[in-house]
Design a protein around this ligand. Structure first.
Ligand SMILES: [Zn+2]
Length: 69
């Protein structure tokens, strides 16, 4: 597994903040599928190419006025 430099700016992309396989720890580039529930919630379906583990994550966005610039 090769990790490239993690820039602080990347942490703003909350959608992809938990993109490691919970089973083997492999880094996952992007979800296989993203399901849009509403303006505040998106669900991502992931699958790990290293161990074939599949899982889902739900992302809840804060109200717009609470997002720090
Ligand atoms: Zn895995």
């Amino acid at each position: 597994m090769t990790l490239h430099a993690e820039t602080p700016a990347r942490t703003r992309l909350a959608t992809y903040s938990k993109n490691h396989c919970p089973q083997c720890g492999e880094w996952l580039l992007a979800p296989d599928w993203s399901e849009y529930f509403n303006e505040r919630c998106v669900r991502h379906t992931w699958s790990c190419q290293a161990c074939s583990y599949e899982f889902e994550t739900a992302v809840f966005f804060a109200p717009r006025e609470k997002i720090a610039a």
